[in-house]
Ligand binder design. Sequence first.
Ligand code: AP5
Length: 214
Amino acid sequence: MNIILLGPPGAGKGTQAERLIKQLNAVQISTGDIFRTNIKNNTPLGAKAKEYINKGQLVPDELTIDLVWDALDKVEDEKSVLLDGFPRNITQAEALDEGMQKRDKKIDKVININVPEDVIIERISGRRVNVSTGKVYHIKFNPPKVEGIDDETGEKLIQREDDTEKAVKQRLDVYNKQTSVLIDYYDKKGILVTIDGAKTPDEVFDQIKKSLEK
Ligand code: AP5
């Protein structure tokens, strides 16, 4: 089963992806995580992506689409794929349709995590991440055992550079103008389910599991 996690910044896509990959024996492909790893490793892709990400803008499609194919082509056939943060506009969605068809694959479900804007702001401002592993915490809703330290690796947690108030405003604007149209795009294909993402992580996960049983 191949799944897209759709939703505004801070909706909880990464948080739910971490649970879903265990449940489904799936591979997560997060374009945001791939860009952040490249930024951390000072690669040419990272340098280009950083210019856009820190301003809250989308990285150009020509840089994004190919890296999704690279990641997809590495996934073993028997594994499910969980796309987190891709596609983010109509061009990417159409490229995905075409690329999946070429590979004899398809998207089975699109899970749209719906969260109001005031909740998003609170979630993003309290988020802390381990850049090496992508593991996500929240200072209030999901704190690490020791403040500022990853429970699993002992590495330092940081606040993402695109989690500033200005960048978050821009990311929400980009979501509203370019990404939210995908709700309708996938609804018309009959594969969209919308989940109330304003509940606790466990409750959100329960809704997702139920929607996948249907
Ligand atoms: P990306 O990394 O994809 O960021 P995003 O879509 O803005 O989403 P976030 O990572 O901010 O949030 P999330 O929904 O994963 O929430 P999380 O689980 O962390 O992209 C970053 C940038 O990269 C983009 O702006 C763009 O520039 C570029 N990019 C990426 N993909 C691209 C593409 N396809 N094309 C072009 N450019 C692209 O949760 C948020 C916080 O809330 C956490 O602290 C978490 O602990 C907490 N939380 C989660 N769920 C709950 C809950 N139910 N209750 C309470 N707290 C919760």
